[in-house]
Ligand binder design. Structure first.
Ligand SMILES: [Zn+2]
Length: 443
């Protein structure tokens, strides 16, 4: 009874927010996943905690093409969905869908009995759930509370009920709603690298034999680079991080004894792009627009984001560097390729300076500066490189990642390193065992 009332209150407030702000005025869409021209985003300004570990959030699926609405002549290219997330159970239900074309609503539906669905591990649904359930900063909570208070005509709700959090679009459910395709089950790889999100979703299978209290205790620990959440413990923190401890193809490694061969040139097809920048609590991360890619070993990988570590994670013949930039790419099957640009102190790096100029003031606040960048300027002059198979260097430490490490470091000024150090003195995972992996090297 109590829950129902609170839910109802929150829904009323949400509808007020939605109806009064309108999407154009209020939205701050943040990309969560892309797949073959489709894009899933969450509106960071319309996330509301509704109590009992539940959150409401707006997501959208942008198809990049037009599809017909069943039994209608109308076409749409975007579906927005209002989802309710159960952060503890790891499930969600879609309560409303809005079909849009060219920013205009063509059709909408409210779901009378929303169906509770589990967010499958590694799915876009799970990514959205993680975003929707992420803890907000106090500043953000206050901002949302203020906005809601204003819209609700001064009846200001308690801040803790209306914490903002970015939601996940009900990807599978949005698609099935169109009835043009079966609900998708395709796996998009873990979002951790893209968003470094903590995973509150429990995987009951993996934890069956562990006492609940011990697990709950571990789940409270956030991964990081020091203390109990440090790299040595990553594999124990959550079942989905197990590969961090058990994997045999982990990164980073000390790169030595590579075989010297004529490695094909990596074909860079980077386009000028706008960017978003966030200090996500683990690194400074720059997300770029669609359309930039590399071609290597017969595959195309799209550029998603760039982030930084200090000191460099990888070593070359035992030598570490002041910093490293990781350019994260993904192919259409969800496989990652990471280009590493080692950074040593010297002259100022113009592109890094652009990033630092636009650093957000708060953790998790993401900025979209009105500045275009050319990511090609991140690359060193010489395109010789090392390559080996490894993993993500942050939980869940997913393997099958193609690493492409430039031999020539780029330069970064001591001041630029200092600026990053103010945020992250050390955010490098220690060297992992190479386990006699083959390393190739341009000669
Ligand atoms: Zn990295």
């Amino acid at each position: 009874m109590c829950l129902n009332l609170r839910l109802l209150d929150a829904m009323v407030v949400l509808s007020a927010l939605t109806a009064l702000c309108g999407e154009a005025a209020a939205a701050n869409w943040q990309p969560v996943a892309t797949y073959q021209g489709e894009r899933v985003e969450i509106d960071k300004t319309r996330i509301a905690r509704i109590g009992d570990g539940k959150t409401m959030a707006w997501n959208r699926l942008m198809l990049g093409r037009e599809e017909s609405i069943p039994n209608s002549k109308d076409k749409y290219s975007t579906v927005q969905a209002l989802n309710r997330y159960d952060c503890e159970k790891g499930s969600f239900a879609t309560t409303k869908r809005v079909f849009m074309r060219d920013d205009k609503v063509v059709s909408q539906e409210t779901i009378d009995s929303p169906k509770e669905m589990t967010a499958a591990p590694g799915s876009v649904d799970e990514k959205l759930l993680l975003e929707a359930c992420k803890k907000r900063t106090v500043g953000e909570m206050q901002k949302v509370a203020d906005a809601v208070g204003k819209l609700a005509g001064g009846a200001k709700p308690e801040a803790e009920k209306i914490a903002e959090a970015p939601p996940k679009a009900m990807y599978a459910d949005m698609r099935s709603a169109t009835e043009t395709k079966a609900p998708t089950t395709r796996k998009v790889q873990s979002p951790s690298y893209i968003k470094h999100a903590e995973a509150p979703v429990s995987s009951r299978k993996a934890r069956r034999n562990q006492p609940a209290a011990a697990l709950a205790e571990l789940e409270r620990i956030h991964w990081g680079y020091e203390g109990e959440g440090g790299p040595a413990n990553w594999g124990k923190l959550r079942p989905e991080f197990a590969t961090c401890a058990s994997g045999k193809r982990q990164s980073p490694i000390n790169i030595n004894e590579g075989i010297r061969v004529d490695l094909e040139a990596i074909k860079f097809d980077y386009k000028p792009t706008m960017f978003r920048i966030v200090n996500n609590g683990h690194t400074v991360q720059v997300s770029v627009g669609n359309g930039s890619s590399i071609n290597v070993m017969g595959k195309r990988y799209d550029l998603l984001q760039i982030h930084f570590h200090r000191p460099s994670e990888e070593r070359v013949n035992g030598r570490g560097f002041d910093m490293v930039a990781h350019l994260v790419h993904k192919d259409y099957e969800g496989q990652y390729a990471v280009v590493a640009v080692l950074l040593e102190t010297g002259g100022e790096h113009p592109l890094i300076q652009t990033f630092w100029n636009n650093l957000p003031l708060e953790v998790d606040q993401d900025l979209a500066p009105n500045v275009a960048i050319d990511v090609t300027r991140m690359l060193p002059e010489s395109r010789q490189y090392y390559s080996y198979m490894g993993s993500l260097t942050t939980p869940p430490c997913t393997e099958g990642v193609l690493w492409l490490v430039f031999k020539q470091p780029a330069q970064v000024s001591p001041e630029q390193v200092d600026i990053f150090s103010r945020l992250y003195r050390n955010n490098a995972r220690p060297i992992q065992s190479a386990n006699s992996r083959l390393i190739k090297e341009s000669r």
